[in-house]
Design a protein around this ligand. Structure first.
Ligand code: FE2
Length: 201
């Protein structure tokens, strides 16, 4: 994630190599997704802020909620992509005992959580993002936001996010969003999810 959290926002390198997520996500997809799509949002965000000094001291999370359409799109595109690349790992490890309890409490089992994520994603019409969040009631919950919109950060802690835009999977799987989601379930970074739960980025 962006460690500065204020303008100018730094380019955050992919935390693993482009080919590390194979065979689930190809090197080609990861290269275009990170170095073209994500970087494009980041560059546009910085260029918008360069022209608006009053927005330069606003944290990234808040910028994603602002009414200006171009600003929202590029701030959300930056925030969500940085969280996405840090929601995946080539070194999948099962959730910790603590996280397993939380999953069981909220969904019954990991299998049921994964089914719910996939169903919510496939049921969403068009581009967007699916989130696993921690609620004020101390549950896990799945949320879907359209386009590059974000969740209510005052209320929910984002633990994991998955990109539902076709550019995330079209090169590998054409329009098969369900197959992409099934593959991503084997890449979720539960260690980082738990760090976010504990207030560490
Ligand atoms: Fe994307």
């Amino acid at each position: 994630m962006n460690s500065e959290n204020y303008y100018p926002f730094a380019y955050v390198p992919l935390p693993y190599s482009f080919d590390a997520l194979r065979p689930h996500i190809s090197e080609y997809t990861m290269y275009f997704h990170h170095d073209k799509h994500y970087k494009n949002y980041l560059d546009k965000l910085n260029s918008i802020l360069a022209k608006h000094p009053l927005w330069q001291n606003i944290p990234l999370e808040v910028l994603t909620k602002m009414g200006d359409e171009d600003l929202q799109k590029n701030a959300g595109g930056t925030y969500n992509h940085e969280l996405y690349f840090n929601s995946l790992t080539p070194d999948y490890k099962d959730p910790s005992a603590n996280m397993k309890n939380l999953i069981a409490h909220s969904f019954g089992s990991e299998k049921e959580l994964y089914s719910a994520i996939i169903d919510a994603s496939v049921g969403h019409n068009g581009s967007g993002w699916v989130w696993v969040v921690f609620t004020p009631e101390k549950n896990l919950e799945i949320m879907v936001t359209p386009n590059h919109e974000t969740i209510d950060f005052d209320k929910y802690i984002p633990l994991l996010i998955i990109d539902l835009w076709e550019h995330a999977y079209y090169l590998d799987r054409q329009n098969d969003r369900r197959e992409y989601l099934s593959a991503v379930m084997k890449l979720l970074d539960w260690e980082k999810a738990e760090m976010r739960l504990n207030g560490m980025k």
